[in-house]
Design a binder for this molecule. Structure first.
Ligand SMILES: NC(=O)c1ccc[n+]([C@@H]2O[C@H](COP(=O)([O-])OP(=O)(O)OC[C@H]3O[C@@H](n4cnc5c(N)ncnc54)[C@H](OP(=O)(O)O)[C@@H]3O)[C@@H](O)[C@H]2O)c1
Length: 267
């Protein structure tokens, strides 16, 4: 499937990584539906940048943690595009409303995390599959360490929801394989121009210093364009045999060994 002449929906693409994905796909000639929750100005700015790249699209407001919003969003996309070739589930969710350690998290906060990640993907894929023909592409933006580690305690709900998302990717990959639709996840490393910029400045500075000091072997953080490139690769015709995978795009950070001090790991 060549991305040119295709239609994509990217949730949470008004800003951050989602915007990076929208811009890279639009550079490949893909028309994009730009979903946002509240920041309409940012969504319009993304659409303007899409048009500067010679493509086009529309903006669609929807809170992906609300089922009725997700269904309305897909109906709007169907009305505008008639069909869908690429669905990227990227929206962050209102993470700071459920950013609590395990012993403090309320069941309501748990539901918000799961609804914005796993349930949004469940319903989103069911809706996307309805609009897709053979050779469609579905990509979830996950965070693999969220499901494998536990030291970042307030990330508990989002990390658990991301683990469920990774599992959904595998089940849907099998469910849609006979239709030639691939379902994969990209797990970005820490990325600039994203939710990172909402962290306290001291935390941001510490994270950047840590990665530049060598924890990321490429000695920089990722960019939304890096993740847009990774998604674009998965949306190429040549990626048609790759399905059900969580692909880490992090400049090599996941190759580091936490058992040993950084100093003795550098080449
Ligand atoms: N940043 C990183 O370092 C990093 C690393 C690994 C994985 N990720 C993943 O990458 C994805 C994007 O994160 P980001 O850092 O790019 O976030 P971001 O810059 O804060 O942007 C968040 C985007 O999601 C939208 N959004 C938030 N809640 C939503 C909801 N309930 N319904 C619909 N849209 C919603 C926002 O819309 P509005 O503009 O309307 O608010 C915005 O477009 C997330 O899934 C995150 O877990 C990020």
């Amino acid at each position: 499937m060549s991305p040119t002449g295709r239609h994509a929906l990217i949730t949470g693409s008004s800003r951050g990584i989602g915007r990076g994905i929208a811009l890279k796909l639009s550079e490949m000639g893909v028309k994009v539906a730009i979903n946002y929750r509240q920041n309409e100005a940012a969504a319009n700015d993304t659409l303007m940048k899409v048009r500067e790249r010679g493509s086009d699209g529309l903006i669609v407001q929807a809170d992906v943690s609300r089922l009725e919003d997700v269904r309305r969003m897909f109906n709007q996309v169907q009305a505008a595009f008639g069909r869908l070739d690429i669905f990227v589930s990227n929206a962050l969710g209102e993470i700071f409303t459920y950013y609590r350690p395990p012993l403090e998290l309320t069941p309501e906060q748990w539901d918000k995390a799961v609804d914005s990640q796993a349930k949004a993907f469940l319903v989103g894929v069911q809706e996307a599959a309805r609009l897709m023909g053979k050779g469609g592409r579905i990509v979830a933006i996950t965070y693999r360490p969220g499901g494998l580690t536990a030291s970042w305690q307030p990330y508990f709900a989002q990390g658990s929801a991301k683990a469920a998302l990774d599992s959904l990717v595998r089940y849907f990959a099998v469910a849609l394989a006979s239709r030639g639709i691939t379902v994969n996840a990209i797990s970005p490393g820490v990325t600039e121009d994203s939710v990172l910029n909402s962290f306290p400045q001291e935390a941001q500075d510490g994270i950047r210093a840590w990665h530049r000091a060598g924890w990321t072997p490429m000695r920089r953080l990722g960019t939304p364009a890096d993740i847009g490139n990774a998604v674009t690769l998965l949306c190429s015709e040549e990626a048609g045999w790759i399905t059900g995978q969580v692909i880490v795009a992090d400049g090599g950070a996941s190759l580091m060994n936490p058992d040993f001090p950084l100093e003795i790991q550098r080449g």
